[in-house]
Design a binder for this molecule. Sequence first.
Ligand SMILES: CSCCC(=O)C(=O)COP(=O)(O)O
Ligand SMILES: [Zn+2]
Length: 217
Amino acid sequence: MGFEKITLEHKRQVLEELADIKALFAGRNWFPGTSGNLSMRVGDFDPEQFYFAVTASGKDKSLRTPEDFLFVDKHGKAIETTTLKPSAETLIHCEIYRLTGCGAVFHVHTVFNNLISEFFGADGHVPIQGIELIKAFNIWEENAEIRVPVLPNFADIPSIAELVPGVLDANVPGILLRNHGIYAWGKDAFEAKRHLEAFEFLFEVMYRQLLLKGATK
Ligand SMILES: CSCCC(=O)C(=O)COP(=O)(O)O
Ligand SMILES: [Zn+2]
């Protein structure tokens, strides 16, 4: 379906939902120093053609303004004439949509995701086992283990985006960038938020467990 066929009402609903989530996350200090970016798909998913609303680059994400979001295509290019620039990390969102067909992608920088991504960065993944909140990813098996991929934090975003297909795990809706932050996604904004909150909780638990055990590596 072409972008112009998607109803204005649907586009407005998506922008409103994104703005509400942005305000909520800002209240948790999840966008320090203008970091972070959010996106939500509009219309149906077709790997050949899809569109999403994404945060404009470099904005103070704790503010609500008419210039917070723009619509882009599957290549991350603005669809409408605008002076706004899509997030510098839009290509990573594009790749996650293309590979998963998800409905929303949220990226935040937090102290816990930075610390954990660095601690396990050399291993290429964060192993998480036996913590109840793994169930937030719809994994109900007892003592389940997941591995959250950690990618290198290259300055060149296309170089990061091209690593995404090689590490994506269908059961784990998130990827860490080392010393940078997390991308979490879901079939819609509700699920992406649940996943992001679960990751952040799990990283905090792991950090505190490591401290309790006096870990060195
Ligand atoms: C100031 S944080 C550096 C860029 C970044 O990692 C980020 O998440 C925000 O970039 P954007 O272009 O989306 O504002
Ligand atoms: Zn970032």
